[in-house]
Ligand binder design. Structure first.
Ligand SMILES: Nc1ncnc2c1ncn2[C@@H]1O[C@H](COP(=O)(O)OP(=O)(O)OP(=O)(O)O)[C@@H](O)[C@H]1O
Length: 326
């Protein structure tokens, strides 16, 4: 199966180590969510994938072959800094970009019409880009990434600043492209969206891939957590749960009377817990607590809090660390 492989990329900007052995793959037909705190290295990775930036070491391969200039012509890229000519008409610009990617004039015009209509900016084809709102410019930017029917899609924060309708359109387009066999990778800080849309997710921290898998895989833990709500004195329930072997109990601040219990192992412990709880009183709720992508993200990002930060004299990263710590 066709795969985009990002293999041990390293990149430094002066003394700042932006990427450390960044490794993952994006398979044909899947949407891959690339998440991480500000300054974690997502844009740097994507720029290297596109050949806009050179890695110090490592490789990007498509179907086992290093991505060269010719192969990169078949990549649809939405750069973080956006790259449209403000004083050029939307339609002319897209047709021009399609022609640059080797389409005939007729194909380029048809693709421009199709994608501008599909993305809800068909009526703006005759306007200069600078006349469009930021959200509509972003739709045009996505059209620019799609207009030449790319084999691979690499999108840097494509959802930022979009209204909910545009988010739905964008989501549907990405799913459709993936279903057509295109590997789609996008970065985003909108974790609910990533959770909803992506087949697999990679969480990066300080230039390294820290967690990788389907949301389901990332949520799987060897210490399952359960919410237990018993019609009994909360202090009694908590003391009882705490005293059980292999169980750690904590209160749920927003729900007095309930406890969250963390179990040492999955095998049968929860059934013993439930049986014991029923002896204390009626069980109002007993349900597994599943971490959200936001919980997983916080866990990964905070895992490095005690470590010495990577050498970094960059003010943007200092700000990012402060934001994460806040
Ligand atoms: N041209 C550059 N010169 C120096 N440092 C840079 C340059 N580009 C990026 N960096 C630094 O490299 C690190 C990784 O930045 P990058 O833009 O790849 O992160 P990111 O994950 O995309 O962040 P964000 O979510 O904020 O967009 C950061 O510390 C950043 O300040």
């Amino acid at each position: 199966m066709s795969t985009l492989e990002i293999d041990h990329l390293n990149k430094s900007y002066g003394s700042l180590r932006a990427l450390r052995d960044m490794t993952f793959d994006v398979r044909a037909g899947e949407i891959f969510g690339f998440v991480g705190s500000n300054g974690a290295g997502k844009t740097t990775t994507m720029r290297i994938m596109l050949g806009v930036l050179a890695a110090d070491s490592g490789q990007v391969r498509w179907n086992g072959v290093e991505l060269d200039l010719e192969a990169r012509r078949h990549v649809g890229y939405m750069p973080e800094e956006r790259g449209l000519y403000p004083k050029m008409k939307v339609g002319e610009q897209l047709t021009y970009l399609a022609r640059l990617h080797g389409m005939s004039p007729g194909e380029a015009a048809a693709a421009t019409e199709y994608w501008t209509d599909r993305l809800g900016v068909g009526a703006r084809r005759g306007d200069n880009v600078e006349k469009l709102s930021l959200g509509n410019q972003q739709r045009v930017q996505l059209a620019a990434a799609l207009v030449h029917s790319p084999d691979i899609l690499v999108l840097d924060e494509p959802f930022s600043g979009l209204d909910p309708v545009a988010v739905d359109v964008m989501s549907a387009v990405l799913r459709e492209r993936a279903d057509a066999g295109v590997p789609v990778i996008f970065s985003s800080h909108q974790l609910d969206l990533v959770e909803r849309l992506c087949d697999r997710v990679g969480i990066v921290r300080a230039g390294q891939m820290e967690a990788l898998g389907t949301i389901e895989e990332l949520r799987t833990t060897d210490r399952p957590r359960w919410l237990l709500d018993v019609a009994a004195d909360p202090a009694v329930v908590r003391a009882w749960a705490d005293a059980l072997p292999g169980v750690t109990a904590s209160a749920v601040p927003e729900r007095p009377g309930a406890v969250v219990v963390e179990l040492d192992d999955a095998a049968g412990t929860e059934q013993r817990l439930l049986a014991g709880a029923l002896e204390l009183g009626a069980v109002r709720e007993f349900a597994p607590v599943r971490p959200t992508l936001t919980d997983l993200f916080r866990h990964v990002v905070s895992a490095g809090d005690g470590e010495a930060p990577p050498p970094d004299d960059d003010p943007r990263s200092r700000r990012a660390r402060a934001e994460v710590a806040a």
